[in-house]
Design a protein around this ligand. Structure first.
Ligand code: FO1
Length: 348
């Protein structure tokens, strides 16, 4: 089945909105799927893949600027990530963290690995020298041949905060100290209303043949990206296809604690609820297609009634092949959309 992606002159332009752990697994799958489908002469891909990363997880700690989702994406694409923990570097040590703890500095519940600290120190130094977040992300990402372009959603600081009955705190304290166990009454991103998309973000979305929503947390990962003024509008306006992948399978988040976040915004942890939350572009929403798991096949009809194409596919990413298969399924659903569009065109 061919679609716009297969006939795109030269190389298809793929843009992925992604958070940290699930997002980086999915993006590694997109890169592999693109390598297999649109190979270049050097073992890479001629597809242009641009990742727009969530920076709502970011925080200042011990005087250092951390960007967890950006770092997870870079480490995973470089193959140097700790696949057990899901964040940080492989082969990590914690000598400096032990010293910080001994000094009573930082957060005892938040581990800064020695290798990871290298990134945080480099980033903080460049920021203090006046570099923008975009420039810093580009410098960090250029250390390895990632095979994708990586952009922060914005250059502004818009750290996620959580309001709980025990008070308001940074997302990272709620997530790592309290394991999202304190019921979240709401989330907010100070300053996001005044923020702007980082340079290149709107252009990438406008030029995309397909925009993919990674199976990331819709509240604290894709939510902040879409809350940066101008980004949701650029997604709605793109001439390409917009395809999302459910982060919920059979009523449970694939990983992380998305259900704790969904409850706070009044959403059940259900694949159709999240698809409806984003909405069908034909009804003023963001998506053309929303991939749901085989375990949720019964939800497809209801989703299609809202104007969404709801392909039922295996959503578990256990290894590179399954991640690439999921990415291929998402890219292939653009062909399904084409045939729908073509059909609509022929009918009109
Ligand atoms: N997650 C934890 O659960 N415990 C930690 O001690 C921790 C430290 C940490 C340090 C750097 C970094 O980039 C991420 C870190 N994370 C840690 C993960 C972080 O909370 C991420 O934001 C979540 O995984 C959500 O994406």
């Amino acid at each position: 089945m061919t679609g716009v992606l297969d006939v795109a002159a030269g190389s298809p332009r793929i843009v992925v909105l992604a958070g940290g752990v699930g997002g980086s697994k999915f993006v590694v799958g997109v890169r592999e799927a693109a390598r297999r489908r649109w190979p270049d002469a050097a073992g890479g891909t001629r597809a242009e893949i641009t990742v727009i990363a969530n920076t709502g997880d970011d925080l200042w700690l011990s005087g250092l600027r951390l960007q967890p989702d950006v770092d997870s994406m870079i480490y995973a694409l470089a193959g140097v990530n700790d696949t057990e923990r899901g964040w940080g570097r492989a082969g990590e040590s914690e000598r400096v963290a032990a010293e910080l703890h001994a000094w009573g500095a930082g957060w005892p519940w938040f581990t800064l690995g020695d290798l990871d600290l290298g990134a945080h120190i480099a980033r903080t130094g460049w920021l203090r020298d006046g570099a923008s977040v975009t420039e810093v992300v580009d410098r960090l990402a250029s250390r390895w041949p990632l095979g994708v372009g990586l952009l922060p959603m914005t250059d502004a600081e818009v750290d996620t905060h959580v309001t709980t009955a025990q008070g308001r705190m940074h997302f990272q304290e709620w997530w790592t100290r309290h394991r999202a166990a304190l019921p979240a009454l709401g989330f907010d991103w100070p300053g996001i209303a005044q923020s702007e998309p980082a340079p290149g973000v709107v252009d990438a979305l406008a030029a995309a043949d397909v925009i993919l929503f990674a199976p990331s947390n819709p509240v604290v990962s894709l939510g902040p990206i879409l809350a940066v003024p101008g980004i949701a509008a650029a997604v709605r306006a793109t001439a390409g296809a917009v395809v999302g992948v459910s982060p919920i399978i059979a009523g449970a988040p694939v990983r992380g604690m998305a259900d704790a976040c969904l409850a706070a915004v009044g959403l059940p942890a259900a694949a159709d609820a999240v698809g409806r939350h984003y909405g069908a572009r034909s009804a003023g929403g963001l998506l053309d297609a929303w991939l749901i798991a085989e375990e949720d096949a019964s939800l497809a009809e209801g989703l299609e009634a809202t104007g969404l194409c709801a392909p039922v596919r295996p959503l578990w990413m256990r290894d590179l092949d399954s991640a690439a298969a999921l990415a291929t399924a998402a890219l292939d659903s653009t062909a399904a959309l084409d045939s729908i569009a073509l059909g609509a065109h022929q009918r009109s």
